[in-house]
Design a protein around this ligand. Structure first.
Ligand SMILES: N[C@@H](CCC(=O)N[C@@H](CS)C(=O)NCC(=O)O)C(=O)O
Length: 229
């Protein structure tokens, strides 16, 4: 299988299936495309023959069968590997994990738009400024703290449903955001964010992202060309 991804420093959607597949030992070939969203760019030329949405991530089977969109990729992998606990084994826990992922997929708009993922950057000063100027960011943070807190209290941790699952792969880019922007977390959420960052597949993506040093101005609203914020 081939997994098409974007820049590791910036591509939060790409991070999810990459981390999931690494964490569960599912072999794949990584094809990294440098972000360039101008019409006709090499990014789009590489994706157009592959995916109808021209977005990453895309998973392509050896026979050419294409699965696009992060959630569909996770579901496909779970079906292809029924012995792996990509979703929790208990039906209700599984439904809960899917609810969390779906909420992440379509929600947390303020956190996503105001705090784009930028693993290489220390944006704590920016985070402090956003906290004082963006009241709706607090709503997303409260929901995040509540959601993580409730799941961790029920499972006992260290991950949302005990063992690492797709729910944690889904929230790994969110952990990157709260850590880089220094956003406030309660004690349980802080411990969870540390556990996610220590998870080997997450740590491997972060190491690659930091080594990348391919800074794109359009992905850097708070600093230019990798300079300090
Ligand atoms: N909901 C999609 C979102 C994918 C997405 O927005 N990918 C971005 C990069 S992180 C992209 O490829 N953008 C290219 C474009 O917007 O043309 C998913 O889950 O896969």
């Amino acid at each position: 299988m081939k997994l098409y991804i974007g820049n590791k420093n910036y591509s939060s959607w790409s991070m999810r299936p990459w981390v999931l597949m690494k964490a569960f030992g599912i072999a794949f070939e990584e094809i990294k495309l440098r972000f360039d969203f101008t019409p006709g760019s090499a990014f789009y030329q590489a994706l157009k023959p592959v995916s109808p949405t021209h977005k990453v991530p895309v998973l392509v089977e050896d026979d050419g069968f294409v699965i696009w969109d992060t959630l569909a990729i996770a579901e496909y992998l779970a079906e292809q590997h029924p012995t792996l606990a990509i979703w929790p084994l208990d039906a209700r826990q599984r439904a809960r994990a899917r609810s969390l992922c779906a909420e992440m997929h379509s929600g947390f708009g303020q956190l996503r738009s105001l705090c784009p993922m930028n693993i290489d950057a220390d944006l704590k000063a920016v985070g402090q400024r956003l906290l004082s100027t963006e009241p709706k960011l607090h709503e997303d943070l409260k929901r995040l703290n509540d959601l993580w807190g409730e799941a961790l209290a029920a499972s006992g941790g260290p991950f949302l449903f005990g063992e690492f699952s797709n729910a944690d792969a889904y929230f790994a880019p969110v952990v990157m955001r709260v850590s880089r922007y220094g956003l406030p977390l309660n004690a349980a959420a802080t411990a969870y964010a540390q556990a996610v960052q220590a998870q080997p597949a997450v740590a491997a993506w972060v190491a690659d992202a930091v080594a990348e040093k391919d800074f794109l101005d359009f992905e850097e609203p708070y600093r230019q060309s990798g300079s300090p914020a």
